[in-house]
Design a protein around this ligand. Structure first.
Ligand code: SAM
Length: 287
């Protein structure tokens, strides 16, 4: 992939050509297979809520690899639009079109989910996977989602980790260094205290960031939003959508961690159940 933006005509490739690229990527980085399967799984879940063949779908904070796009076109979506901040970085272009069988079209476009460049009521269904722990203004995104969805349409949202769960610092992006951070400690250690805790442990040789980088990511960076679980729930509850379901995704932490959560619930302003909720899955509906 080039990192040089070329803002000419959108790049076009077939779905089969995209699959070839994905196979090459996966051969080089096998962990990507899990993300691809998870995207396909959630497209399948959306298909159960709203039959996808022939419909128009918008994916907010889309897989820039095209995983949900692939799953959507395979399930007969007529038009899939995936928008993300990172399309240019990944593809070197701000728009990529993938043509599937029977005139189906998938498109990945550089766009901010808070300000969608689509007319009102353009989509039959919406998808957003692993994004609401990143969006800084979930209320703005939800307002835009409501605007571009047709009446009767649904939105499937699933995300983790929430800031208030045991690994809400999100350092797992950087591999083994995440294991150096005691569960939930980002909620009660100041930056300087965290520095001291991390500095007394050997730093993993293959860590892609140094200590300063890890502290910057955790306490200041804009890669995550640091909204606690209550605030996130409130964003959804106060949005114009009807909520068909709002399911907590339980932390898959070892059972002894429940005792730690019970203790922390006495010293932090969260219940043990909230601390043990790693994410949320929601189905939203526009009447
Ligand atoms: C963890 S990734 C999830 C990608 C994909 N949905 C998946 O499950 O593989 C989160 C994505 O959200 C994107 N993102 C965060 N804030 C955004 C915003 N305001 N507008 C568009 N994309 C955003 C990031 O660029 C990133 O690609």
């Amino acid at each position: 992939m080039t990192s040089q933006p070329i803002r000419s005509a959108p790049r076009r490739l077939t779905l089969d050509a995209l699959r070839g690229l994905l196979q090459d990527e996966e051969a080089a980085a096998p962990h990507l297979g899990g993300l691809r399967s998870f995207n396909h799984f959630l497209v399948g879940e959306l298909d159960k809520c709203r039959a996808l063949p022939g419909c128009t779908m918008l994916d907010l904070g889309a897989s820039i690899h095209g995983y949900a796009l692939e799953g959507a076109l395979d399930r007969g979506v007529a038009l899939y639009e995936g928008i993300d901040f990172d399309v240019v970085r990944h593809w070197g272009e701000d728009s990529v079109e993938i043509t599937g069988p029977d005139g189906r079209l998938g498109r990945l476009r550089q766009m901010n989910a808070e300000q969608l460049d689509f007319p009102n009521a353009s989509f039959d269904c919406l998808l957003s996977i692993s994004t609401f722990e990143h969006f800084h203004h979930p209320d703005r995104v939800l307002a835009e989602m409501f605007r571009v969805l047709r009446p009767g349409g649904v939105a499937l949202v699933s995300f983790e980790p929430i800031w208030t769960c045991s690994y809400g610092h999100h350092l797992h992006h950087f591999g083994a260094l995440s294991d150096l951070v005691p569960p939930w400690s980002h909620l009660f250690l100041s930056e300087e205290q965290m520095r001291a805790v991390l500095a007394r442990q050997p730093w993993p040789a293959d860590a892609p960031v140094d200590l300063d980088g890890a502290l910057q990511w955790t306490y200041h960076g804009d890669g995550i939003n640091r909204h606690d679980i209550r605030r996130l729930k409130t964003y959804f509850e106060q949005s114009p959508f009807e909520i068909d379901w709002l399911c907590p995704l339980p932390d898959e932490a070892p059972p002894e961690r429940a005792a730690v959560a019970a203790y922390l619930a006495r010293v932090l302003p969260y219940t043990a159940e909230e601390l043990l909720t790693r994410g949320l899955s929601l189905l939203l509906r526009k009447r």
